[in-house]
Design a protein around this ligand. Sequence first.
Ligand code: UGA
Length: 436
Amino acid sequence: MKIAMVGSGYVGLVSGACFADFGHDVVCIDKDEKKIAALENGVMPIYEPGLDALVETNVKAGRLSFTTDLAEGIDGADAIFIAVGTPSRRGDGHADLTFVYAVAKEIGATLRNDAVVVTKSTVPVGTGDEVERILADAKLDVRTAVVSNPEFLREGAAIGDFKRPDRIVIGTDDEFGRDVMSEVYRPLYLNQSPILFTSRRSAELIKYAANAFLATKITFINEMADLCEKVGANVQDVSRGIGMDNRIGAKFLHAGPGYGGSCFPKDTLALLKTAEDYESPTRIVEAVVKVNDSRKRAMGRKVLDALGGADKARGKKVALLGLTFKPNTDDMRDSPAIAVAQTLTDAGVEVAAFDPEGMEQARPLMPEVTMVDGPYEAIEGADAVAIVTEWDAFRALDLKRIKDLAKAPVLVDLRNIYDPQDVRDAGFTYASIGRG
Ligand code: UGA
């Protein structure tokens, strides 16, 4: 099969490299000349474990190539995936579909062979209908079908998620669309990954419903964590205790500083907008968005409490460990660390921060924070150490060294990666999430 992937960002690049690895012939297309030039030289535009090696292998095998020229890239393709960004539209939170429709128009203007056009970008219900209209307006004399095929991969675990998905969702009522997509996913199907065929609109909604549900699960356990602190219970035990019920499931029940990233915040907002437009309010999701937003600054206040309260914090120093919205990515989008740092600097606290991959992205987002080269550099002279992202590098910090370097042995663990007893036994004042 020949596959064209329009948009070489997270989803496009990972999906393209993985499809090539399955043996398909893949061209990744992007308008960004710098990005394409870098990719041709083996330089990845994002940090994702294993991606560089996967790209290199498949480029060498002649199955993966890159171009900025859409017409050339889609020439002869059986399936053309649209995997461009759908950011929140400024001002109203709707998904901005400008890039999706621009690509659809360009496909309409240049397509010369039968092909299935697949939206992999996260797009609101009805976007496939509009893409279909755009292609119809182009009056092509070739056969096309527009299919929705949402992607469920997580940053940091993207390749594994793509190659061993819990399910593949394909939304189409068109036989041609179904046949081509079955071929595209045949290697995974043979691997026994379940494929759900459904209508295009259902597939579009499945993506939003999945992300909103996961965001709800996280927010639910975060509120339980707050309650645990008040009643003297342990949220990790509560999480285990409910997660062992198969109907609930253990995943996405880790309490923390609130969800961030490029997907949950944007997709929950976009779902609210769709619900509003169709006059079918989703009040649970509305609450989730509000609770999660306020949680991020509350986490900053938690660090201030560890310093003895906001009024005593001015002039003190905090070491922030971990800035990205989760480990194994350099992505800073909507990271709780931004609000935590802001709350601290607003209170006159001096902040020194370290992140294994995210510093470059973080710098412009937190201009008042001093970025340093390692965790212990940040800790030197600090009145408190706050772990915001659970990078492996922070899981076994040398507590004795911290005690020697810091001004005060205070640890605020916003990811619960330490055992409270161990840290307290080492002579620390320790605060974590939901372990009262
Ligand atoms: C999420 C979904 O998990 C993917 O299935 C989906 O494909 C992707 O969005 C997308 O729509 O593209 P991602 O944003 O990469 O993936 O990251 P997650 O691992 O889901 O984490 C999101 C946030 O939730 C992070 O800030 C993380 O720290 C937080 N989280 C996650 C928790 O606080 N607790 C948990 O138990 C799990």
